[in-house]
Design a protein around this ligand. Structure first.
Ligand SMILES: C[S@@+](CC[C@H](N)C(=O)[O-])C[C@H]1O[C@@H](n2cnc3c(N)ncnc32)[C@H](O)[C@@H]1O
Length: 322
């Protein structure tokens, strides 16, 4: 059901064409080898969703689609199929009356990022670690010409394809289930986003180089990640877990991160936002019913994680490839 042929055709003639030297083989291997036990059920849910052309579509202020012509029964059918793709972490989405109240208010992150970046109008954009693709749709809403998201998590690909179908099979955004480390040096994107990914990378400076290698000369990197308070010498290297996550390797201060970016050859490095993650922004909902931030903080002192580290603080940095 998930057919990448459209994407191959789309990029065949343009600056992303060199990707075709590796991508079809990578995705064929992925389809052969790695499918999650529930993948078939997820794709069945996507297949069973109707392909709708929304009469009302908003990607600028939210991700909302609706149509006056749908019956209550059709609306209930859509909600049921979307629930088959739980847990929903990144959103929210409002699709034909179903409001997917996701674990994260990803719209709040977008509101913190958008005022500080170069206008996305007509840009070709890469979103590394895009999750269900919520920000990709907002990037389209902000005028991007083409948005490519990469994320190896298979449920997120199915959630993205479900949303895409309900948005009228919109082909301005594409999600590919590959990791950043699998990308060749494309040097083809005007803006590259890496949001919520750096602290999951074992080698954060290599991650910054990998991001730089995807940008055109003069292109912009938008980096959002966990940070600690401190100066350019301060970096937290957590033990086995940070806020119960096992795969957190390095949490630098924003000043240290700015220095890393400069060491990797970025220029015009700006720290544009700090925000403490609250239990209003990340929480358990009807669409993500397991543990969330409130369960990962010290119950006696919410300024600390359960492990005694500083509670999640996030920064947004913007930099340019010369
Ligand atoms: C914390 S989420 C951030 C999602 C979204 N960018 C946001 O800011 O809300 C991190 C995402 O990175 C993805 N990820 C993990 N390893 C990755 C890799 N090697 N390359 C690209 N994405 C990866 C995960 O599947 C997950 O969706």
């Amino acid at each position: 059901m998930i057919d990448f042929g459209n994407f191959y055709q789309l990029i065949a003639q343009g600056p992303l064409a060199s990707w075709l030297e590796v991508l079809p083989a990578q995705l064929a291997a992925w389809q052969r080898e790695n499918l999650h036990g529930h993948f078939r059920n997820w794709t069945k849910a996507v297949d069973n969703l109707p392909q709708l052309t929304p009469q009302h579509l908003d990607l600028q202020h939210s991700v909302t689609a609706d149509s006056d012509e749908l019956s209550d029964r059709q609306r209930q059918g859509i909600e049921k199929l979307l629930r088959a793709l739980m847990p929903w972490r990144k959103g929210p989405y409002s699709l034909y009356g179903t409001v997917i109240d996701t674990e994260w208010r990803s719209d709040w992150k977008w509101d913190r990022v958008l005022p500080h970046i170069s206008p996305l109008t007509d840009r070709t954009v890469l979103d590394v670690g895009c999750g269900s693709g919520y920000h990709m749709w907002r990037m389209i809403g902000a005028g991007a010409n083409l948005v490519v998201g990469i994320d190896p998590t298979q449920l997120f690909l199915c959630q993205f394809e479900a949303v895409r179908k309900l948005l009228g099979n919109d082909r301005r955004a594409h999600l590919l289930p590959v990791g950043i480390e699998q990308l060749p040096e494309l040097k083809a994107f005007d803006t590259v986003f890496s949001m919520g990914v750096l602290y999951h990378r074992r080698s954060p400076l290599d991650h910054l180089y990998q991001l730089k290698n995807q940008l055109v000369s003069g292109g912009e990197l938008v980096l959002e990640t966990l940070v600690i308070e401190g100066d350019e010498h301060d970096v937290l290297v957590p033990g086995e877990r940070y806020a119960q996550m096992r795969n957190v390797w390095f949490i630098p201060s924003a000043a240290a991160l700015a220095r890393w970016l400069e060491k990797c050859g970025f220029v015009d490095v700006r720290i544009v936002d700090f925000s403490r993650t609250t239990t209003e922004e990340q929480r358990r909902t009807d669409w993500m019913t397991t543990e969330s931030l409130a369960d990962f903080l010290d119950p006696g002192d919410n300024s600390k994680t359960l492990e005694g580290y500083p509670a999640p603080l996030r920064a947004v940095l913007v930099a340019r490839k010369p």
